[in-house]
Ligand binder design. Structure first.
Ligand code: ZN
Length: 330
């Protein structure tokens, strides 16, 4: 085996490429998603009837129609099918089209695609989805979008922590902050001795629940019960800053004192809170108007438009959502 000395700039380029891959969030970019596809729980899509199209004696719909193709051959349909099926078939109007056609009934065009197939599965799951209050708490945080995304990823254990990296053979998996056990989400943000001081300095220690938790989401659900919205927002801002501190240490060898991290989190939270209150004061009607989901079996359509008098161009946006708040079309 041969060993080669590489210039520092090449090493930096390799490191940056690895970081971009691990953190890629851009559309159409190669990257590591960290979160598995939601396969729709343990439910299976079961089609109520299957027609074997590979049969040597294929039977077509037209064989149950009269020769002019405009009506069903009632006697033949009743002779072949059960009474229930025959009534269902005879109840179908015959469209003036040539040949049989496969139609996906859950899209206006009749063509199946993955997006609408997934949406159909999710809407069928109805109230079986994850309705934990943690999601509402995270969405309602008056903070930067990237901190909300960080909180979401933390709940899903979707951060590139030691255990995750070890699973794909990138590193041994131990916590590099304390050289201790395997770096899970719970260890990095709750149990690691390297962050204990930050919780004490920020007076959050008394709000943190004791006991065992299976994962980060269970822990954060318990944390939010002990805090109001403002405290929880600050708590997540602190975790995000501790995460940046950890990365700075691992990638740049620079260890930021916990006191500075806590001060920065407090400043950032105060600034964002002030900005939100200023915005609310300058536009009180905007904070009162909130979108509400339509009633069961109803569709709500929201429309907005804009006109540019200089270019004389018009833009219109339309979005239709169902009673689950999911987009139907737009
Ligand atoms: Zn540790």
């Amino acid at each position: 085996m041969s060993c080669f000395m590489l210039p520092e700039c090449i090493l930096e380029l390799i490191t940056n490429t690895m970081r971009r891959y691990l953190w890629s969030g851009r559309a159409n970019a190669r990257g590591w998603a960290h979160v598995a596809w939601n396969k729709g729980g343990d439910k299976q899509i079961i089609f109520s009837a299957v027609h074997d199209d590979n049969s040597p004696n294929q039977v077509r719909c037209k064989e149950f129609m009269r020769s002019d193709g405009k009506s069903w051959d009632v006697d033949k349909v009743k002779q072949v099918f059960s009474e229930t099926d025959a009534n269902a078939i005879l109840g179908c109007p015959i469209c003036p089209i040539q040949g049989d056609l496969q139609v996906w009934g859950h899209h206006p065009t009749g063509v199946h695609n993955v997006k609408f197939g997934y949406r159909w599965i999710v809407s069928n799951r109805g109230m079986e989805g994850d309705h934990s209050s943690i999601w509402k708490t995270i969405v309602s945080m008056a903070t930067l979008p990237k901190i909300k995304v960080f909180a979401w990823r933390l709940c899903f254990e979707a951060l590139p922590l030691g255990r995750k990296l070890a699973a794909v053979g990138i590193n041994p998996g131990i916590c590099k902050m304390c050289q201790g056990p395997v770096e899970t989400g719970l260890h990095a943000f709750r149990e690691c001795p390297s962050i204990k001081e930050a919780f004490d300095l920020s007076n959050l220690s008394i709000c943190l629940p004791a006991g065992e938790f299976t994962d980060c989401k269970a822990w954060l659900e318990s944390v939010q019960l002990n805090m109001n919205q403002e405290q929880f927002t600050f708590f997540m801002t602190l975790l995000w800053n501790l995460w940046n501190r950890r990365n700075k240490w691992i990638h740049d060898g620079q260890l930021i004192p916990q006191r500075i991290v806590v001060d920065y989190a407090q400043l950032l939270s105060a600034d964002l809170l002030n900005a939100q209150e200023t915005s609310r004061a300058s536009n009180p009607s905007a904070s009162q108007e909130r979108w509400a989901r339509p009633l069961q079996d109803r569709i709500k359509i929201n429309v907005d438009g804009a006109f540019n008098p200089t270019s004389r161009k018009v833009a219109v946006g339309v979005i239709a959502r169902n009673s689950h708040g999911m987009m139907v079309d737009g």
